[in-house]
Design a protein around this ligand. Structure first.
Ligand code: 5GP
Length: 187
C-alpha cells in the first residue's frame, strides 16, 4: 500500500482530507446500516465507474447479504473540474433490474446532475426501489435537489482526489483522499 510520506503522488496534495482508516471505519458503519435496511430484499449494487470502483469493492464486502453487482460507466466530467451537466452512458448494466432493489454506489455528489439523471433512468426501468450511497457529498454545490440515502462524509467545496477520484485520470490509486493543490489543475 502506498505510503503518504514517501510516495511522489502525494506531492501534488495540499493536504489529506480523509485517511484510509477513517474511510474504512465509516464503510463498516454504513455496511451495518445497509445490511439491516436491505434484509430479505433482492439487492443489486450498481458501481458507477470509474471513480466509485475502490469504494464499491470495499462497500459491498461490508454488506452481509446475498447481493448482486453490476456496473455502469457514464461521462459527466471529462478531465475538467466542473460538471458539464451532460450525462452520457458509456457502459450500461448487464442485466435488467425489474423488481430489484437497486443501490447506486457513487464516489461523490457535487452538483447532483449525474445522480438525478441516473435515478430517473434506472427507476424508469422498473426497479422496485432506488437508493443512493455516496462516499462523499458536497451539499453546498448542489444545482438540483438530491439527498443521498447513505453518505460517508460531507465535505467542503474543494477538489479532491484519491481512493478512486481522479484528476485527468491520475491519483485514483491513492489509498487516502486529499485536496489537490490548485496549481496542479490551473497550470
Ligand atoms: P455532479 O454531477 O454531482 O456534479 O458530479 C458528480 C461527478 O463529478 C462525480 O462522480 C465525480 O466524477 C465528479 N466530481 C465532483 N466533485 C469532484 C471532486 O472534488 N473530485 C473529483 N476527482 N471528481 C469530482
Amino acid at each position: 500500500m502506498l505510503n503518504a510520506a514517501q510516495s511522489p503522488l502525494y506531492r501534488d496534495l495540499e493536504r489529506i482530507l480523509l485517511t484510509r482508516e477513517q474511510i474504512r471505519r465509516r464503510i463498516d458503519e454504513i455496511g451495518e446500516a445497509l445490511t439491516r435496511d436491505f434484509q430479505g430484499k433482492d439487492l443489486v449494487c450498481v458501481c458507477i465507474l470509474k471513480g466509485a470502483a475502490p469504494f464499491f469493492s470495499d462497500m459491498i464486502r461490508a454488506i452481509d447479504l446475498p447481493l448482486r453487482v453490476d456496473f455502469m460507466s457514464i461521462s459527466s466530467y471529462g478531465s475538467a473540474t466542473k460538471s458539464s451537466g451532460v450525462v452520457r452512458i458509456l457502459k450500461d448494466l448487464d442485466r435488467d433490474i425489474v423488481g430489484q432493489h437497486v443501490l447506486i454506489i457513487e464516489d461523490i455528489v457535487d452538483s447532483g446532475l449525474t445522480l438525478s439523471f441516473l435515478k430517473q433512468n434506472l427507476l424508469a426501468r422498473g426497479a422496485a426501489s432506488l437508493s443512493v450511497c455516496t462516499l462523499l457529498d458536497k451539499p453546498g454545490r448542489r444545482k438540483v435537489a438530491l439527498t443521498p440515502d447513505y453518505c460517508g462524509f460531507e465535505i467542503e467545496d474543494a477538489f479532491v482526489v484519491g481512493y478512486g477520484l481522479d484528476y485527468a485520470e491520475r491519483y485514483r490509486n491513492l489509498p487516502d483522499i486529499g485536496v489537490l493543490k490548485p496549481e496542479v489543475y490551473t497550470s
